[in-house]
Write a protein that binds this ligand. Structure first.
Ligand SMILES: [Zn+2]
Length: 383
């Protein structure tokens, strides 16, 4: 470890270094980041992309390393599976079969599979106390725990606003009709939440245990039809409700083979809405720089109005950038050691399509070999 920090230690001193397992990880971000990178590589090569195809044949993938609240690294990954069913193109039955084949929320049986049971218990169970990041606005848990139990996986078909303007209807009347439908929808969702509240209350009880969904609903004086109808209209969009036993409603979705290999928390989902998925990924791809951009905008605005020359302008902006970015020790290691922060199965080639666009000069080594009067200093565009 001393050599990793490039610290010179006499052999005797190095031998005397004692670390408890937890202390050494926390105080050694270099090893943490290097192990993380190797683990991600191994997960991709030996598991996800391997011939055993634990989640099907991968056609494409993209992942991005992110650092949680200036702390530890994790990845956000999109995977395209060959011949996977498409929502709204293929029957829901095929989509649900596909989801059930690869995604589970089951607490594994301690007798038949003690290994998986241990991993699921340790890393896949959402804390009943929740965490700081759970609370957002007036939502108690933005991840939706405890999850509503279901005896089979299904995709909700929420009621939608369905208005068509009649030929003789003026705009104001039509708008009023839409508003009325929106109010009715909101009222329906409020009622659905109230219907489901006793279920949630009972699931929150740490001492409660249920033999089945029917048992749970019985204790809440609800019929299956009432429960199912309320669950259908909770969200305004389509939502995959995974098969969940009531005793497992704190277990987050995982793939058994990937979890066995990864041995750390995961959340795996079937993408039902391409647009939401792109929005989600882009918010993560751009996230670390967003706040910085706002900050830099203010600095630039301030510098422009002050009476300084271009050189000092750049200097002030550079100083603002270098002093105001908050990064974790692990992120510093990842960036300074040029560790991989994103990977994609497709490479990107920049194509120069505008003659007045971006110009790049040849490398300095080549420029130095050129005739002093030569004007061929620019790289030619790919096009
Ligand atoms: Zn929570």
């Amino acid at each position: 470890m001393a050599s990793e920090y490039l610290v010179l230690h006499p052999r005797k001193a190095t031998n005397r270094l004692v670390f408890s397992p937890y202390q050494s990880w926390r105080s050694n971000p270099i090893t943490v980041m290097r192990v993380f990178e190797k683990r991600v590589e191994a997960l991709m090569t030996n598991c996800i992309l391997s011939p055993s195809q634990p989640i099907g044949e991968v056609e494409d993938y993209f992942y991005r390393v992110e650092f949680q609240a200036r702390g530890s690294p994790h990845i956000h990954m999109l995977i395209w599976i060959k011949d996977s069913p498409k929502f709204e193109e293929d029957p829901d039955r095929h989509v649900m079969e596909f989801i059930d084949r690869y995604i589970s929320c089951k607490m594994s049986d301690p007798d038949t599979d003690p290994e998986l049971h241990k991993i699921v218990s340790e890393v896949q169970v959402h804390s009943r106390k929740h965490s700081k990041s759970c609370k957002k606005g007036n939502v108690a848990c933005r991840f939706g725990f405890p999850k509503l139990p279901m005896d089979k996986t299904f995709i909700t078909r929420p009621p939608t606003i369905n208005c068509h303007q009649k030929e003789d209807q003026n705009d104001a009347d039509f708008e009023a009709q839409i508003e009325e439908q929106k109010r009715a929808l909101a009222e329906m969702q409020k009622l659905a939440k109230q219907t489901l509240q006793p279920v949630r209350d009972l699931l929150m009880d740490p001492g409660a245990s249920f033999s089945s969904l029917t048992d749970l609903l019985c204790q809440c004086n609800l019929t299956y039809e009432q429960y199912f109808a309320a669950a259908q209209c909770l969200a305004n969009t389509h939502v995959v409700m995974l098969r969940h036993h009531p005793n497992d409603c704190w277990v987050n979705a995982y793939n058994p083979d990937l979890l066995r290999a990864w041995k750390a928390n995961m959340d795996i989902q079937y993408v039902i809405d391409d647009y939401s998925c792109i929005m989600y990924m882009m918010s993560y791809v751009a996230k670390p720089e967003h706040e910085m951009t706002e900050f830099l905008k203010n600095v630039i605005k301030h510098v422009k109005t002050s009476d300084v020359n271009k050189r000092d302008e750049m200097k002030q902006i550079m100083q603002a950038y270098s002093k105001h970015r908050e990064v974790s020790a692990q992120e510093v290691v990842a960036r300074t050691c040029s560790l991989r922060l994103k990977k994609c199965s497709r490479s990107v080639v920049f194509i120069q399509t505008n003659e007045e666009g971006l110009k790049m000069s040849h490398p300095m080594s080549r420029l130095e070999r050129m005739e002093p009067g030569s004007v061929e200093v620019w790289m030619s565009g790919v096009a």
